[in-house]
Design a protein around this ligand. Structure first.
Ligand code: 5AD
Ligand code: SF4
Length: 360
């Protein structure tokens, strides 16, 4: 056999293996670490298309065609943490800082309700002005006046805070693992440990929250095996929601000169996550839309089933600059409906809790 022929036949064997692993993952929802890596490592167009199509079928089979909308209100951009990747980090002195007062937050919640959305996400930096009592009061007031499902996304707090907020009426909590590599985590989040974050995630689950987590794809120094570990962690913790977005360098951070994560790699992580986690809620992240005009649409066709429209008042929204480009990526109401129906999908009329796992 000539050398050329031998190379071709090796290549086709590797390809046959890819399709075999993909088919078995779609059928059984299980993958070994090596097979996770195999799926994540492809760069071939035909394999990528097959991977996204498979994730789309799994999405259809386990969570259907409905898209859940979560209205997000970014109520404070003040943060005591100093994450290397984030524009809200405390050392970024060039950012105009704001804090909405509770009355304004309740008004924003009412707008979420009036838009017909069923879930409110209250998000902020780690802002100590919002004490346990203040957040609990806010939750009670919003529940009483709107009845919305409330998701908190306000960082790491003592377990007692989570407990009081649950009693006050909070339903869900988002806390991203960011990366399952403890080395990378510690390097990029000075003074913080992955282990503590995971302890918080366990506590939240135990308290009965629906728990969301997630990661960033393309962090400097992140390897394919770190992404496979991220997916294994999603499975181990059985998260209800998982936000997967590309890393986008912010000019006022120590990572200003790093390369951004790329969309195909982000979509690969999303698609494999859908295939193995089956019925989780996976948002088409705003960050995916920053990388490419139709990034969010592509995410919805590669496993995603959630969109989080930004309902933060305009005066503040421009200052919630986690990464550049975010402000331009907001889907207006009309455009979002158009996008959803153009994909043959529909907006869910329910509260969007994770659907029970079907045995099919
Ligand atoms: N690029 C993309 N996502 C980012 N986040 C923070 N900084 C960046 C960035 N530069 C994400 C993190 C965090 C959430 C608030 O935003 O995942 O949890
Ligand atoms: Fe603060 Fe979160 Fe940004 Fe870190 S990622 S600096 S904790 S807002």
């Amino acid at each position: 056999m000539s050398n050329e022929k031998r190379v071709t036949s090796n290549e086709s064997m590797v390809q046959a293996k890819f399709f075999e692993v993909l088919q078995s993952a779609e059928e059984r929802g299980k993958l070994s670490f090596d097979d996770l890596l195999l799926l994540l490592s492809t760069t071939r167009k035909d394999e990528l298309e097959a991977l996204f199509a498979s994730a789309d079928r799994v999405r259809q089979r386990f969570v259907g065609d409905e898209i859940h909308l979560r209205g997000i209100v970014e109520f404070s951009n003040i943060c005591i943490q100093n994450c290397f990747y984030c524009g809200l980090r405390r050392d970024n002195r060039q950012l105009f800082r704001y804090r909405m007062i509770p009355g304004e937050i309740v008004e924003a919640a009412k707008i979420v309700k009036s838009r017909g959305l069923k879930t409110l996400v209250l998000q902020s930096g780690e802002d100590p002005w919002f004490t346990r009592e203040r957040i609990a009061g806010l939750i009670r007031e919003i529940k009483d006046s709107t009845g919305l499902t409330i998701t908190l996304s306000i960082g790491e707090r003592p377990d007692e805070d989570y407990e009081d907020w649950k009693k006050a009426g909070a339903d869900r909590y988002l806390l991203k693992q960011e990366t399952a590599s403890s080395t990378l985590f510690q390097r990029l989040r000075p003074g913080r440990k992955l282990e503590d974050r995971l302890n918080s995630l366990r506590a939240l689950k135990k308290l009965g929250y629906e728990v969301g987590s997630g990661n960033m794809v393309g962090l400097p120094g992140q390897k394919a095996k770190d992404l496979a570990k991220d997916i294994q962690l999603f499975l181990e913790y059985d998260f209800d929601m998982i936000g997967i977005g590309p890393f986008i360098p912010h000019p006022r951070t120590p990572l200003a000169g790093s390369s951004p994560g790329d969309l195909p790699r982000t979509l690969k992580v999303l698609a494999v996550t859908r295939i193995v986690t089956r019925n989780t809620n996976l948002p088409a992240t705003t960050a995916a839309g920053v990388l490419e005009l139709n990034g969010r649409q592509r995410a919805l066709q590669a496993g995603a089933n959630v969109i989080m429209p930004d309902i933060t008042p305009w005066a503040y929204r421009q200052h919630y600059q986690i990464y550049p480009g975010k402000i331009h990526e907001q889907l207006e109401e009309g455009k979002m409906d158009e996008l959803i129906s153009s994909l043959g999908r529909r907006i869910s009329s329910g509260t969007g809790y994770r659907s029970p796992l079907k045995n099919s």
